[in-house]
Design a protein around this ligand. Sequence first.
Ligand code: HEM
Length: 180
Amino acid sequence: MYGLVNKAIKDLVTDNHGDEAWQKVCEIAEFHEGDFISMSPYPDKLTFTLVGAVAQVLKADATDVLEAFGEYWILYTADQGYGNLMDLSGKTFVEFLGNLDMLHYRIANMMPELRPPMFTTRNEKSNSVELEYRSHREGLVPMLYGLIRGLGKRFDMVVKVEQIETRSSEENPHVFLITW
Ligand code: HEM
């Protein structure tokens, strides 16, 4: 994944737990380069190793780390020069969810090696919507809970997220029921 993701993990840890905690993460993950280059791709394995190391240092579950990271990502990207792009992606929560592929498509113009997730909204009702999530990667479902809640906050909404379908093959998506 692009360095921007790893950098966000680093900032999440240093913001909330200080530099020392991050140094321990780097030792466990055997990452000795000091920092990440936002616009360079890194192996996915490094990102997953970092998440595992953060969980170890904070004595937390990796799923909780991923969820916290998802929520942080919404604020982080808005703060890292992608605020305009976020503003362009929807005036309402549901509109934004429907534009997630467009958002990543625009990012792929700047990050040609991006392997973005794919999203589809369905069954929209006045206080709920379902979100299909497809990915080239496994193991990121917990991050979705944080992302969706963080996105809700961006629109001053308290949203409830529940996974109603689990991917059983390449073609099937994970599906989340989001209510507010
Ligand atoms: C301007 C804001 C955003 C930027 C700059 C951004 C950028 C990225 C980048 C760089 C990656 C790593 C993929 C790779 O390097 O191959 C990624 C992955 C991902 N993004 Fe975004 N993103 C943004 C907003 C969002 C939002 C709002 C959501 C959902 C609510 C989202 C959902 C995801 C997910 C789930 C992944 C993990 C990849 C996977 O599932 O395979 N992103 N994004």
